[in-house]
Design a protein around this ligand. Sequence first.
Ligand code: NAD
Length: 273
Amino acid sequence: MNGLRGKNVLVTGGTSGIGQAIAVRFAAEGAHVAINYRRNSAEASQTDELVHQALGQCMHDIEAHGVDHILVQGDVSKEEDVVQMVQDTIEKLGGLDILVNNAGIQIAADSNDQTMDQIDAVLNVNLRGAFMCAREAIQHFLAHEKPGVIINVSSVHQIIPKPRFIGYSMSKGGMQNMTRTLALEYAGRNIRVNAIGPGATVTPINRAWVDDPEKAEMVLQHIPMSRAGTSDEMAAVTAFLASDDAAYITGQTLYVDGGLTLYPDFRTAWSSE
Ligand code: NAD
């Protein structure tokens, strides 16, 4: 993809699932990658190895462009962590060009039973955290008068309601308008802000159905393309949106969902006939 080689990318929640695939994909495209991890460095070492492998595929380019990758610790729900994490990235990679807001969590419970701690926990990571990372990145882009790109890993649930996951639904709905608002606010200053909207994707966040054949079958029945997505498919679209191939796209969410946002219940004509 055009324009990714040599760029500095920060991926939040890069230690598993979609974030890990995104980090590896950017490395394969010749970008320098900062992988954010929240817990301990043992969790990050697996990604470290995968990124190494990806870098191995384009070894020639690494030597030519000095492609590098680093691990940056930080809890995206904590302002001091976010400030430090972005600063570490800028210092160690020598700048920041692309931010991928990927870190996310969900908590299941009937809405009438959700505690405010549960609601706050989800919003603080998925929405407030993503905003803080975006703010820090934008400050850097503006201070250096350089172009910047932000990709938010949202969800089909920014438009499809998700009962029992009210915090998640609220956070992803908010993320859609955050994407559009930041895109409009900074379009004139060469900063593009877009999102991907993954559908059901095989990652650890979906352990509940991925590891249960009966539940997995139920999930697949609802997807027009009759299969879940892969993290690599999410990473490919993220890289596209961050690349110069998408230079004229801002404020959009690209759904990567096998048709999940197409109202699958209308596959057969059950109304008006
Ligand atoms: P995952 O659980 O594998 O990854 C989530 C990542 O976020 C983990 O690396 C975790 O350590 C990190 N994280 C959580 N809290 C954090 C914090 N406070 N600070 C820093 N990092 C933190 O799940 P995933 O499926 O790869 O999810 C990645 C993103 O994709 C999430 O935003 C999720 O909402 C979104 N998404 C996933 C699916 C899916 O079906 N898997 C569908 C739609 C959207």
